[in-house]
Design a binder for this molecule. Structure first.
Ligand SMILES: Nc1nc2c(c(=O)[nH]1)N[C@H]1C(S)=C(S)[C@@H](COP(=O)(O)O)O[C@H]1N2
Ligand SMILES: [Mo]
Length: 197
């Protein structure tokens, strides 16, 4: 059982949990970039691997800090090579129902990760395995699970939750979060990643 399951992290699955074997998984990189391509999971796992210690903060009121492992956003950018026109990236989950767009400026903040594992264990399917985004500076709905496609674009777009009323920026607002690590309700300053605990 992963740390996520052990700490009781809720598992959101808007758009459904895809039923696809890891061998059949593909990550498509498209849009305004020099190297559009389709990669297998083995190829993604062979890219440089990093680890980030970061808190994922949901707008729905919970958050969890963990050690996430995978490909850092800067390492991914070196592979995809977005053009000068690209200002945003759209993350599409397997099946195409769930998607979300993030500015490249926000993605450039520390600890953005294409995540394959948590604390040494492959991500469980229910938590977005085999591949998900971790964008700790924004609300969790910007961290697409079951990542199938990354499209570089020149503008912000709507998305699954954005079209249902959440902000397109995904900016974390000042307020409260239930910290699953300590099982305490704690105040958060907002304005970026929750780093204070
Ligand atoms: N494909 C997909 N990605 C998703 C979601 C979802 O429902 N489907 N939920 C989002 C929301 S609202 C949050 S807070 C995080 C939560 O991750 P978790 O379900 O692993 O806790 O995933 C995000 N990514
Ligand atoms: Mo969320």
């Amino acid at each position: 059982m992963s740390v996520l399951a052990r700490l009781g992290m809720p598992a959101f699955k808007a758009g459904g949990v895809p039923a696809i074997a890891d061998e059949d998984w593909r990550l498509e990189v498209a849009g305004l970039c020099e190297s559009p391509a389709v990669y297998t999971l083995a190829q993604v796992a062979a890219w440089p691997q990093s680890q980030v210690d970061a808190r994922l903060t949901s707008v729905s009121g919970f958050s969890l800090r963990a050690l996430w492992q995978g490909v850092s956003w800067p390492d991914f950018l070196a592979i995809a090579r977005p053009t000068a026109q690209a200002s945003h990236a759209t993350f599409v989950s397997w099946g195409g129902v769930y998607q979300t767009t993030v500015s490249l400026a926000d993605l450039a903040r520390p600890r953005t990760l294409l995540c394959l594992a948590v604390e040494g264990q492959a991500l469980e399917r229910v938590y977005g395995g085999p591949l998900r985004m971790i964008v700790p500076c924004l609300y969790g709905y910007k961290s697409a699970k079951w990542l199938a496609k990354i499209v570089f674009e020149d503008r912000m777009r709507g998305g699954y939750w954005e079209d249902r009323g959440y902000s397109r920026s995904g900016q974390i607002e000042p307020g409260w979060t239930f910290d699953l690590n300590t099982r305490q309700r704690r105040p958060i300053a907002g304005g970026g990643e929750v780093e204070e605990f």
